[in-house]
Structure formats: C-alpha cells, structure tokens
Design a protein around this ligand. Structure first.
Ligand code: GDP
Length: 714
C-alpha cells in the first residue's frame, strides 16, 4: 500500500499522536510490536527473550529494524467504520534517558502507560507519569502481563491509585488470571470478550459470566462516579438513578480523560495477544486528537501560566510577544523538530511534529530558532517496516525531513513571513566522561565520523578531542548511556574501542565576592600590548551560568573593547584555575580600567580578561562542584537494610522510602563519583533483586577533603 497510505486519513480529528511509556521490561516493545501487527503493518510476531540483560535489550531493539527504533511510526486502525491514523512516537523506557522521554512527551497528544501486572507502579513509570502531567498529556493505563505467574490486576490498579492518581479506574477487567487469563469484560458496553486462539483474532463477544456480574457492576459504578465528577449531565442522571446509555458514557469518559480528570485503566497480555486490539479501540475512543490537546504557556517575564486548547502558544522571534496558532492546516506552517537521526540509506533525518499549516517536499522553510533558511529535500513517513515518501505534510502530522543542514532538536520550523518560536527542548549537560581510542590506530577517522553521527542524534551525548592529549572524550548522562554508545560503535560501525575509567564531569565556581585588577603591559621593544581591567567576581545561584555586567563609566575602557572582554571571560571559563574544569555560576562585573592609544586593541583586552578571570577566581574561594544523582532503587523488604547501608557509605542521603507491596522503593541522592559500578554492587548485595535507576539531579559543592583528593590526582 506504500504510496497511498498517506491519503487514507485526512481529518485531523481522526489523528492520534501517542506515546507508549513504561518502566523497562513492562512490555513497551512487545505492546508496540503487537500494535503494528494488528494494524496490519508487521506480519511476523517476534519475541523478546526472558531475562534479557540491558545490552541484549538494546540489541534486540536494533535487530527489529526500523519499527521500534524509529522516532515515529504511522499505523492505521478502524473503529466504528472510521479509519484513524495513529502515530506512535518512541519513548525510550530506559532509566538513563529521561531527557529522551521528555522530548517525546513534548510532541505527543496522549499516552498509553504500560505497567507490569505483577509489579504495578515502578520507579520509572511514576517518573514518566508526572512528566506527562507537566506536559498535559492525557493517559490510558494498560496493565500488561496478566498471563504471568503472580500477576494481579487489582493490586496493580491499586498501586496506580496509591502512587499516581485516584482518578484512575478500570474500564475493563480481566476474566481469569495467570495461565487462565482468557478474556476481558468491557465495563462500558457490559459485554465479555473471550479469546479463542493464540493470535487473539478469534474473539467471542458474549454476556458477562455470572460469577463476574458483581465485580463488573462494582467497577462500573466506580467508573460512572468518576465520570460524573467531570460531567454535570451524567452527574444529574446518576444522582436521579437514571440509566446512562453506552453512548453517553463513552462521551463522558472521553471528556473526563481529555481534561485529565479520569485515567481509564485496561488489562491485557501483549505477549499472549490478548487485549491489544481493545487497547487500540480505546486509544481512538478516548485519547485526544491534535485539536483537543491542552498547552501551557509560561510567560518568560512574570512566570504566569496560561492554558490553551486547540491552539499552540509560542513567541515572536523578534518582539518576543505571545502568539498562538490554531492547530489547523489553514494556518501558516509551524512545527517542532524533536529528534535527529542518521539513516544509512537516506542520510540525515529530522523528525518533526506539524502543529499548523502545510509543508511541501522540495520547498524552503525558515528555522526561527536559529534564524536560518533550509531546503526541505524529501519528506518521509515511517511505517512498521517501510518508509514512504510523501509530497506534503499538514497540521497534526509527524514525519521526517531528509537533508536539513543546520537544524537541531528543539528548533521551530515555520513560515518566514509569519514566524513563531515554540518552546524549545532543554537537555541536561553530561555528568560523566570516558576517554576512548580505537583499538586499530587507522580507525581514527572512522571513529570521528561515527561519533559525529551519534552526537547529532542524541543531544545528551557529547564527544570531543582533548587538544592537549589527543584523546577522544565521550560524555553523557550516566555510565550505561556511554556503554550503550560504545556498543553501538561496535555493532553498527564495526569499531572496537579501548576505554579509560569513567570520570566525573566536575565544574568549578566561586563562593565569595572578590575584586581583581588585571594589567597586561608589554612595552619593551617592537609593537606593545596594553590592557588594564578592574573586575569584580561574584557567585551566582546554581544553574544560573554566567552573567556579564558592564559598569565602565566615562570611557575608562573604550566601548569597542567591551565585547572582547566578555569573550575573554567566556573562553577562560572553559578551564577553571582549580583543575581545568568548566566554570559555572559566576557574575563578572567590570568596573574600571585603563587603555593605551597605540598598544591596546580587542586582542589585548581579550587576553587580559582571559587571565584576569582565573586570578579573580583564586581570590574568591573557588570550589569544585560535583553532579549529584537522583537514585531510585526498588528492592525486596529483606534487602532494604543492605541497600541503605550501602548508600550511606557512598555519601548518599535517603530522601524517601515508599511501600510497593513486597518491595520498597528507596529514593536517594548520591554523588555520581561514588556510584561507578553501583549496578553490579547492588546486584551482589541483593542477590540480583534490586531494580535501580538513576539520573542527574543537580550540582553540589564537593566536600573539602574529597576536593583535595580529586585535585591531587590531577
Ligand atoms: P520493554 O522493556 O518495556 O520494551 O519490555 P519488552 O516488551 O521488551 O518485554 C520485556 C519482557 O517481558 C520480555 O521478555 C517479554 O517477552 C516479556 N513480556 C512482555 N509482555 C508480556 C506479557 O504480556 N506477558 C508475559 N508473560 N511476558 C511479557
């Protein structure tokens, strides 16, 4: 059908841009694969093997071809004679990739949150849940693996209510459980669906078995109560004891789900092909189309929040004023790039979401974030195992542009005559580094090329060559993040590398204010050099970065040299005076100075600023800052003591402990420097039962004794 697919669904109301989000191993991959199977685009069922290690999991993702890897996949599903276009946006389930999840959440309109029916809510599922909350993404909960030994639909559901939202309620409940799980009861239609074959295609729709009548009534009442909370008409009928029709209930659930006053809960077993088609029906029924999604706009000045429905807010690139766009193809074009990827057959792909208007292949487009014009070579849409060239995309679509040259993730593309900048996507700075070198010397160029590709695809991954040692340094969000890149180098680029020990990405800053006068004066023989800058350095709050304040009066330093001083400071901040780490969170104010008519120029002032900053820092009690990680560890009760003891020995601080039935979730903060190898330590301490995850949280001052040890090693 390639070539015609795109024409199938034109009405934006029939679009569903969704993400499938989950804790690792809850079944995101299997569920996505089954969706693609049922939507007719993938015709062979594959399986993930039990007990796959983290690396195997990546491996398999890759071996499954474009399907799972692709940033966005388009599929079609029929419900009540309407054909829907479902764009599935990939959301990595892995704990080290929160930034990746965030960028997907930015461009999707609704989400299916997959839970493991035995585990219920797990650390990553709760984290992603609250991220989705922030981006106003309506959600359906899917309790998977109901065929598994130990699965408990109701307990998992209760953990959702307890940890995520008391607005979650089942719209279907399982018939049988574990090996006997063989059907679902629809609480809206009050019908039972019984599965009769392995592929889940032979489904009998029948009356609710008598032994499930009471339970079904009980949960249906719960559902109606929640819907009534969000819908006055249904509330009236409910209170007066009137019958609520199936149609009314569907409309009510939809309304409540869209406004996030209800989170429908469904059950299933993706592996055993039960419940996935029902899930798809409900995605179409209850998740929003692009025009029904809410957007938040935060005023950059007042920080006031405004909510928009059916319109996306942004700013004018020049005046910064608030502008909104209807999510309609009749408006001027605007879209957001959410992922860059390199495809070995077509080259650079920029995945983007169209919010308004239309864009044709072969045309030009304005990147309002960078202020550049780009040619749109080809536009392609990804399906499960094929790629389709399309002529034109329009509001609601998700596709990829081939051949953009200077556009980055988070950039806005729009009509140059009617520009808008949408909110960008922030990525955290890397906290950990490795030095690497190719095992074969002659592979140097190949390595540089491969790293250029990998860094362009993943904004949280950095690579650079150390100018002093010639070593290649790769940096990222965690040890695992970098291990995975090394694995990709090996498998996809056939590049074997040696790697050094992981290193913490320390920063430097100051803790007090200090004044310093830097005088550069070389006037003996030949052309002289002269610059004199009187400066004050001050500490800023964490995360504020750098601020330059020009308080020069009466031309003590001529105007034309001021930008050079700013530049000199910035350059100097790349290497702090303590250990050569980047400098952050300082204010540099220039208050006075002198210059020489002949011997001063922009270069001399830049040089004086460069050295001056280092001297100023030394006077202002400089300190090292280290990355602190937010650590979540899910562990059976009997190992809690061992884990908390371990964390304390690692300078960790336990922040919270949450009951998860038989397991406890320990939430702690600990310095990254202490956490290398913590995954295997925890495995040893807990007989392999701990489920850990971590992500960068913030930077914090390194204790004095440790600072000395770190700097002593330099
Ligand atoms: P992901 O990490 O969330 O993408 O999870 P996967 O889809 O890779 O699944 C993780 C493991 O759980 C694999 O071994 C799957 O075969 C298994 N799995 C997935 N869905 C089910 C299910 O419905 N029932 C059972 N018993 N196992 C499942």
């Amino acid at each position: 059908m390639a070539g015609t697919d795109y024409q199938l669904v034109k009405d934006i109301k029939l679009y569903r841009n969704i993400g499938i989000i989950a804790h690792v191993d809850a079944g995101k991959t299997t569920t996505t694969e089954r969706i693609l199977f049922y939507t007719g685009k993938k015709h062979k069922l594959g399986e993930v093997h039990e007990g796959a290690a983290e690396m195997d999991f990546m491996d398999q993702e890759r071996e499954r071809g474009i399907t799972i890897q692709s940033a966005a996949t388009t599929a079609f599903w029929k419900l009540n004679d309407e054909l829907y276009r479902i764009n599935i946006i990939d959301t990595p389930g892995h704990v080290d990739f929160t930034a990746e999840v965030e960028r997907s959440l930015r461009v999707l309109d609704g989400a299916v949150v997959v839970f493991d029916g035995k585990m219920g809510v797990e650390p990553q599922s709760s984290k992603v849940w609250f991220q989705a909350e922030k981006y106003l993404v309506p959600r359906i909960c899917y309790i998977n693996k109901l065929d598994n030994i130990g699965a408990d639909f109701y307990k998992s559901y209760e953990s959702i209510v307890e940890h995520l939202s008391d607005k979650a309620t089942p719209i279907n409940i399982p018939i049988g459980i574990e090996n006997d799980f063989n059907g679902l009861i629809d609480l809206v239609a009050m019908k039972a669906y019984i599965y009769h074959d392995e592929l889940g295609k032979d489904i009998e729709i029948t009356d609710i078995p008598s032994e499930y009548q009471t339970k079904a009534q009980e949960y249906r009442s719960k559902l109606i109560e929640l819907v009534a909370d969000a819908d006055d008409e249904i509330a009236m009928k409910y209170l007066e004891g009137e019958e609520i029709s199936e149609e009314e209930l569907v409309a009510g659930i939809r309304k409540a789900t869209l406004s996030m006053k209800l989170f429908p809960v469904l059950g299933g077993s993706s592996l055993k092909n039960k419940g996935v088609q029902i899930l798809l029906d409900n995605v179409c029924r209850y998740l929003p189309s692009p025009v029904e999604k809410d957007y938040i706009y935060v005023d950059p000045e007042t920080k006031e929040e405004k909510r928009f429905v059916g319109k996306i807010p942004g700013n004018h690139p020049k005046t910064n004023e608030l502008i909104t766009r209807e999510l309609s193809e009749n408006e001027s074009f605007c879209g957001l790039i959410f992922k860059l990827a390199v495809d070995q057959h077509v080259g650079n792909l920029a995945f983007f979401r169209v919010y308004s208007g239309k864009l044709k292949a072969g045309s030009y487009i304005y990147n309002s974030t960078s202020g550049t014009k780009e040619r749109v070579g080809r536009i392609v849409m990804m399906h499960a195992n094929s790629r389709e060239d399309i002529e034109e995309v329009r509001a609601g679509d998700i596709a990829a542009i081939v051949g953009l040259k200077s556009s980055m993730t988070g950039d806005t593309l729009c009509d140059e005559n009617n520009p808008i900048v949408l909110e960008g996507i922030d990525f955290p700075e890397p906290v950990v580094k490795f030095a690497i070198e190719p095992k074969t010397k002659s592979d140097h160029d190949k390595l540089a090329e491969a790293l250029a590709k990998l860094t362009s695809e993943d904004p949280t991954f950095k690579a650079q060559t150390d100018t002093e040692t010639g070593q290649v340094i790769i940096a990222g969000m965690g040890e695992l993040h970098l291990e995975i890149k090394i694995d990709i180098l090996k498998r996809e680029y056939k590049l074997e590398v040696n790697k050094g020990n992981p290193q913490v990405a320390y920063r430097e800053t100051v803790t007090t204010e200090a004044r310093h006068r830097e005088l550069l004066k070389k006037q003996s023989g030949g052309a002289g050099q002269y610059a004199d800058i009187d400066m004050i350095i001050r500490p800023l709050k964490r995360g504020e970065g750098y601020r330059f304040v020009d308080s020069i009066k009466g031309g003590a330093i001529p105007r034309e040299y001021i930008p050079a001083i700013d530049k000199g400071f910035r350059d100097s901040m790349n290497n702090g005076p303590l250990g050569g780490y980047p400098v952050v969170d300082i204010e540099m104010e220039i208050v006075d100075g002198t210059y020489h008519e002949v011997d001063s120029n922009t270069d001399t002032f830049k040089t004086a600023a460069f050295y001056g900053l280092k001297e100023a820092m030394k006077k202002a009690n400089p300190v090292l800052l280290e990355p602190i990680m937010l650590v979540n560890i899910n562990v059976p009760e009997e190992h809690v003591g061992a884990v908390t003891g371990y964390l304390s020995s690692k300078r960790g601080i336990i922040k919270n402990m949450i009951d998860r039935g038989k397991t406890k979730e320990i939430i702690a903060e600990a310095p990254l420097a202490e956490l290398f190898g913590y995954v295997s330590d925890l495995r040893n301490l807990t007989s392999g039962t701990a489920v850990p995850s971590m992500e960068p949280s913030h930077y914090q001052e390194v204790p004095k004794n440790i600072q000395e040890a770190v700097l002593g090693d330099k």
